[in-house]
Each structure stands twice: as C-alpha cells, then as structure tokens.
Design a protein around this ligand. Structure first.
Ligand code: TPP
Ligand code: MG
Length: 333
C-alpha cells in the first residue's frame, strides 16, 4: 500500500488540448538533448573531450517536462548527468559545448567541464560531481527566494543513488520546517553506477521517503513527457502557493553506460534493448503526436536542432584553451 502522501499520476490532458506550439517545443527539447548527447559521446570516444562524461540518453522527458513549468528566475541544481537539465533550462548551447571541451569560451571559462556546467543567466546554478551535493545548494537558493518574497521555485534533480545520501534528509527536513519553495525531482533510473536500485535502497518507491518530511509526492512515468509535465505542474503549483517543498519521482531507465566507456558488466544487453524498444521517450512521444504532426514537421525540427548543435560544436572546436595564467583566477582559496 502507498504511503498517504503519494499520488500516482498519468497524463490526463489529451494531446490536442496541449496546442501545437507547446507539443513541438517538448519535441524540440527532447531531440536537442538526444542529439547533443550523441555527439558528445562520439567526441569523447574520439578523444576530443577531456575528463569524464555521463550522458542523459533515455531520460530526456524528465528535464523537458519539469523545465516547461519554469522561467529564467526559477533555479535548478543539477547532477553529474546534467547536460539535459542545462539544455532544457535554456542555457546557451555554444558556451555549454565549449565548457565540455574545456575551452576559454565555456560558460565556466573551460575550468569546470561536463560535471560543473552552470549558466546563472537562465537560473542554472550548476551541475555537481558530488553525488547528493545539490540538495543543500538548492535549499540555500530556496531560502533566498523566500527571504526576497519572490514567487520562484528552486528545483534539485537527483538520482536513486543520491536519494540515499544524508544530505537528502537534511535538506528535506530543513525545507519542510521552514516551508521553503524547494522541489525535489528524483530520477529513478534503476542504477547508481554499477549498483542496481534494489540492492541499495530500502523502499519500493523513493517517494515514500517524502512522507517522513510531510511532503506530498507524485510518481510518474519519467519516459512520458506529458505525465512528467503534469506531475511537475501539480507540485510546482503547490510550492508557488506557499505550502513548502514537494517531491516528484520519475521512473525511467539509464540506456547508456553510467559514463561513456562503461563496460556495463552489471546488466544484460537484452535488458537494455528491451527498454530502448519499449520505452524510448522520444519514440513514445512521436507515437502520441503522430495525428497532430506530419513526418515532415518533425524532420524540420530535427534539422533545425542539428544545425544548432553543429554550430555549437564548431564554436567549441575553434575556441582556444584557457591561458595558463588564468589557472588560479576565480578560486576561493
Ligand atoms: C559523494 C560521492 N560518492 C560517490 C561518487 C561516485 N559516483 C558518481 S555517480 C554515482 C552514482 C550515482 O547514481 P544516481 O544518483 O542514481 O545517478 P545516476 O548516475 O543514475 O543518474 C557514483 C556512486 C561521487 N561522485 N560522489
Ligand atoms: Mg540512478
């Protein structure tokens, strides 16, 4: 039996009611993330990108559906798997790609790389290489929103693995006691690097944890962008009304390895393929909107996105690396 704070939701609004423009923007964002990630994977394997890269392939519907409820003055805190969140929040693609390539023109001057992208101009406060490192930063942003009497929301994205960090519980309790506008969005993708969810987590649904902090929780199919959108809307409306924090659990699946190059010995190819065949979020959405758009409409979106990403790649590749003299600038210590 579910804890009393939990609502399981599926999209209740018909595709037609959404309006063409909004549907097409959902599609564009998901395709942009997918194609950006495929290119980053290719360039990483080709040796052009330094460091480590974790891609968001298969989870595009979550960032897309949540972010469609936000404006630039709302904040997000992201994870090590943060490219999708950053793109959906509207960050500049050129500066983002340059950051991943470690170039001077990157949004963090090439010093952060994939796991430390930030773009304050759109409220993207940062990806985070520390698992569970985002909660209390988002909490601080939520406290600032409240102290400034703003109606904005601070969103923290985190994985099933990160839900087991103590920082989750500290932030959840603080936010609940102070009624802060903090939105917890859990991306339950079945694995925390090589660890299957069930071997490390005590509950069937991570949303159960919210009960201990008096937080309402919604559970959605994280591969259905409309369900994510509507679930997030319900929770964000609740938060903006001044009720304090809320929780959203999105059930999804990590299709790629934990990091690009992961040998993936902890699962079978069949399991992965089944998720690709049955649950791919872009395929599911294309099916849903097939009566509203022609193949040509969708192909036009794809080629527009490809042009943008090709432009971002060229910008990154042609940008210089940071000067050695800048090594110690921008540091706090
Ligand atoms: C504090 C900390 N512990 C361990 C790691 C190594 N690490 C990086 S990602 C990851 C798994 C995270 O799993 P999850 O939160 O489910 O996110 P997902 O990768 O599935 O998106 C681990 C253990 C880390 N970066 N930080
Ligand atoms: Mg995970």
């Amino acid at each position: 039996m579910d804890a009393p704070n939990i609502t399981r939701m599926a999209s209740e609004v018909s595709v037609q009611q959404y309006g063409k423009e909004r549907l097409l923007s959902f599609y564009e964002t998901m395709v942009k993330i997918r194609r950006f990630e495929r290119l980053v994977r290719e360039k990483f394997l080709g040796g052009e990108i330094p460091g480590f890269v974790h891609v968001y392939i298969g989870e595009e519907a979550i960032a897309t559906g949540v972010m469609a409820n936000l404006t630039n003055s709302d904040y997000i805190e992201s994870t090590h798997r943060g490219h999708g969140h950053t793109i959906a929040k509207g960050a500049n693609l050129n500066n983002m790609m340059a950051e991943i390539f470690g170039r001077k023109t990157g949004c963090c001057k090439g010093k952060g790389g994939s796991m430390h992208i930030a773009d304050f101009s759109v409220g993207m406060l940062g990806a985070n290489g520390v698992v569970g490192g985002g909660y209390n930063l988002a909490l601080g942003a939520a406290l600032a929103i409240k102290m400034q009497n703003r109606n904005d929301v601070s969103v923290v994205f985190f994985g099933d693995g990160a839900s087991n960090r103590g920082t989750f519980h500290e932030a959840a309790n603080f936010a609940a006691v102070w009624k802060l506008p903090l939105f917890f969005v859990c991306e339950m993708n079945e694995y925390a690097s090589t660890t299957p969810y069930r071997t490390a987590t005590s509950v069937d649904d991570i949303a159960q944890r919210a009960y201990g902090y008096n937080m309402p929780a919604v559970i959605v199919d994280g591969n259905d962008v409309l369900s994510v959108y509507e679930g997030a809307k319900k929770q964000i409306d609740y938060i903006r009304a001044g009720n304090g924090p809320a929780f959203l659990e999105c059930k999804t699946y990590r299709v790629d390895g934990h990091f690009v190059g992961d040998p993936e010995k902890y699962r079978t190819r069949e399991e992965v393929q089944k998720n690709v065949d049955d649950r791919d979020p872009i395929m599911l959405f294309e099916r849903k909107i097939s009566k509203v758009f022609t193949k040509k409409d969708l192909a036009d979106v794809q080629s527009k996105v490809d042009d943008q990403i090709a432009g971002a790649l060229k910008f990154a590749q042609e940008s210089p690396e940071p000067d050695a003299s800048e090594l110690f600038s921008g540091l706090y210590v």
